[in-house]
Ligand binder design. Structure first.
Ligand SMILES: NC(=O)c1ccc[n+]([C@@H]2O[C@H](COP(=O)([O-])OP(=O)(O)OC[C@H]3O[C@@H](n4cnc5c(N)ncnc54)[C@H](OP(=O)(O)O)[C@@H]3O)[C@@H](O)[C@H]2O)c1
Length: 313
């Protein structure tokens, strides 16, 4: 048996419950993972909030797409992107559904080796945000000589966009609350506060213009400032304002985009290597016991400290 977190209705975090479920032996190609830590992402609460529609036939909804843990059973021929998987392997599970659990059956293809220098918490929470960030930089072709405006730069995705854009040789202007500015400076970015007057503050920092805008927030302010500053719409991308991207003719990634999914899958091992090498750092904001999943989701939807939220089963 395993305890799992499920949404039993559409609504706020009050609809979350912990239930017991049977665990099957892994079928061919699958592995069973004893979960040590679980990455929490905004998509997890969007799944039951009604943000994606009000179809109740999907209930109850198992939550969570990533985790870290130890392989305890292996189905015939189970192989991951890094090769065959064995009992006892310390792994990251990514791109699954239902990782808010003590034990998880996963396809071998979703299982990556955990870098031994990362804690369980660090390993559980970086692949989704790093893959999303990588995707935004790829589609906007960020490179040396670019000046990149990153909206929401202190967030899970935004803070990696900053690191990866700097690693590509770009200048980075990064929007965040003042409390996060020192951390962004440490990554080599030039921080600026979001809110009224953002356009003028960015212009003052970069009078010669901005070549790329990456929106990880989805507000009209972030979109409008990006459109005002970046002439080439193919170099504006959002991960959250999908309607604005459609209406205004700029790029979006994720949200069911198959090309995004392919790019991210192809980059997974490279991102794990970067985390192992210390060139990709995803700080942990806070950990919660699995039983407190509703509290974690409530806090993630309010102003919160920088870094990832992690659940411990
Ligand atoms: N399309 C995809 O594939 C994809 C993938 C991952 C995430 N997402 C979406 O992207 C969004 C961010 O995800 P995340 O994991 O990075 O979330 P997160 O860790 O909660 O970060 C959100 C950040 O937004 C900043 N923020 C809040 N209000 C803002 C405003 N008005 N203007 C500018 N920044 C503001 C906050 O920074 P301060 O603390 O400085 O205020 C916060 O750090 C979510 O909507 C998520 O669902 C999409």
């Amino acid at each position: 048996m395993t305890r799992v977190a499920v949404a039993t209705a559409l609504g706020g975090p009050e609809v979350l419950q912990i239930v017991e479920e049977a665990v099957a032996h892994p079928a061919a190609g699958q592995v069973l993972v004893d979960i040590k830590a679980i990455g929490v992402n905004p998509i997890d609460y969007k799944l039951y909030s009604g943000a994606f529609g009000s179809d109740e036939s999907t209930l109850p909804i198992r939550l969570g797409s990533e985790a870290s843990g130890v392989v305890t059973a292996v189905g015939a021929g189970a192989t991951g992107p890094a090769g065959p998987i064995s009992v006892g392997d310390e792994v990251i599970v990514t791109g699954v559904s239902g990782s808010y659990a003590e034990k998880l059956l996963a396809p071998g293809d979703a299982v990556l080796p955990k870098p031994s220098n990362l804690s369980w918490e660090e390993a559980a929470g970086f692949v989704l945000v790093a893959g999303t960030s990588y995707d935004t930089l790829e589609v906007t072709k960020v490179g040396e000589g670019d000046t990149v405006l990153v909206h929401g730069a202190a967030g899970g995705v935004g803070s990696i966009v900053v690191q990866q854009a700097k690693a590509r040789g770009a200048r980075v202007i990064a929007t965040a609350r003042a409390i996060n500015h020192d951390a962004l400076r440490d990554y080599g970015a030039e921080p600026v506060e979001y809110g009224a007057g953002l356009l003028d503050r960015v212009k003052a920092l970069s009078p010669n213009g901005i070549s790329v805008a990456i929106d990880t927030v989805g507000t009209d302010e972030a979109v409008d400032v990006s459109l005002a500053l970046v002439a080439d719409k193919s170099r504006i991308v959002t991960i959250a304002a999908f309607d604005r991207a459609d209406d205004d003719g700029f790029q979006s990634v994720g949200g069911g985009n198959q090309e995004s999914a392919k790019r991210r899958k192809a980059a997974r091992l490279e991102l794990v290597d970067a985390a192992r090498a210390g060139t990709l750092v995803v700080p942990i904001a806070k950990t919660f016991p699995l039983d407190e999943v509703a509290t974690a989701h409530r806090e993630l939807q309010t102003q919160h400290s920088r870094g990832k939220f992690i659940l411990i089963p």
